[in-house]
Design a protein around this ligand. Structure first.
Ligand SMILES: *Cc1c(COP(=O)(O)O)cnc(C)c1O
Length: 369
């Protein structure tokens, strides 16, 4: 889909904030630790090419979720190493070799399929994934892992790294985290071929378990200025949110008591009131459960009244405002602020989902500082 450029609705991405966040993290982790910027899912909705270009001399590598996301970076002339965190189709092995894209090897079954088609893996760089307790992908058995390492090496692959992923690093309770850490460390110790890069830390681990950082950190949510725990754990240092979502009033009217607003006529005016219409809806990722939440106009919280439509929402205004008056959906307006976490809490979800769900219809505008 083409972005709707002639509509006032846009996400304004502060690339300076993303760079600031990476620098802040750098100051709080041991020197020499490699920084992998996780830019999967269009850089969590922030726009992958702009984000990758602004970060390429500040980080050591990029992580994405699949080969198409990796190729998009290569097509944009991004030269840094790229690690695919998920399982890739074995058919993409030649592409990975050609474009210097690092694949994750997560099971002996995948390796068997890969070797059946491509017995010679010369030129392929891989990271091994250990499932230490996340339960998605990765080796869970040490002897199976060691057999696979031998086969990979015999086939000529470069086994550069080994990693795991924590399920609960953003929670107060640390038992499961400790268990995973212990499991991963003991696996790594017993690997018969020891890769050069051992890494485990996502954003939450980097923030709240910095004493466990190994040779690299994989930074996602925190880099975009979001608290990976939502509001459960306090940030140990300042980070700045990089995404602002704004629009404008395109229609303002005064309605009479008894007037209804929106699909299903779910809202009825009790008294005379001003209603503003804003051109954003669930097709932009502003989901229907935002009914009852607020947006900011002139520094004031204005409730979203009536249903969220595909392309429009209606808001209660304290007074009449001219067309073109700014409306802030995520970000600051005067002394007030709505964060992606506030939006997430309204929806019973996490800030990750809020930013990722902003659709291609919403243009991303960039400012450098
Ligand atoms: C997405 C992802 C990350 C980044 O997670 P954040 O919580 O956003 O830092 C790191 N590692 C893996 C394996 C991932 O899938």
């Amino acid at each position: 889909m083409k972005a709707s450029l002639h509509r006032p609705t846009r996400a304004i991405i502060d690339l300076g904030a993303i760079c600031f966040n990476v620098e802040q993290i750098s100051r709080h982790i041991p020197k020499g630790v490699k920084k992998f910027a996780v830019v999967k899912a269009n850089a969590y909705g922030h726009g992958v090419i702009a984000v990758a270009k602004s970060l390429q001399d500040k980080v050591d590598a990029f992580c994405v979720s699949n080969i198409d996301e990796a190729l998009e970076l290569r097509e944009a002339a991004i030269e840094l190493p790229i690690l695919i965190l998920g399982v890739s189709a074995v058919e993409s092995i030649p592409l990975a070799i050609e474009h210097r894209i690092t694949l994750t090897v997560a099971s002996k079954e995948w390796l068997a399929l890969a070797l059946a088609t491509y017995p010679d893996l010369t030129g392929l760089t891989v990271h091994i994934k250990i499932d230490s307790g996340m339960g998605r992908i990765g080796f869970r058995d040490l002897s199976v892992l060691n057999e696979s390492l031998t086969k990979l090496q015999a086939a000529g692959a470069d086994i550069e790294g080994v990693f795991t992923h924590f399920a609960t690093a953003d929670e107060k309770e640390v038992d499961h985290f400790e268990q995973q850490l212990h499991q991963f460390r003991s696996f790594v110790e017993k690997m018969e071929i020891r890769p050069r890069l051992v890494h485990a830390s996502n954003s939450a681990t980097t923030l709240w378990h910095s004493d466990t950082i190994m040779q690299a950190v994989r930074l996602g949510d925190v880099m975009y200025g979001l608290n990976p725990s939502g509001s459960v754990l306090e940030l140990p240092y300042e980070i700045k949110p990089a995404l602002r979502l704004e629009s404008e009033l395109v229609h303002v009217k005064e309605i009479e008591p008894g007037s209804k607003v929106g699909y299903g006529a779910t809202y009825e005016a009790k008294e005379k009131e001003f209603i503003g219409t804003v051109p954003i809806g669930y097709a932009d990722g502003w989901t229907r459960d935002m009914q009852g939440f607020s947006v900011l106009v002139d520094g004031q919280f204005c409730p979203i009244v009536g249903r969220v439509s595909m392309d429009q929402i209606t808001i209660h205004l304290p007074k009449s405002y001219p067309l073109g008056t700014p409306v802030v959906l995520i970000g600051r307006s005067g002394a007030s602020e709505i964060s992606a976490t506030d939006v997430a809490e309204q929806r019973g979800t996490i800030n990750y989902e809020v930013v990722c769900l902003l659709s291609d219809r919403v243009p991303r505008d960039y400012k450098a500082d």
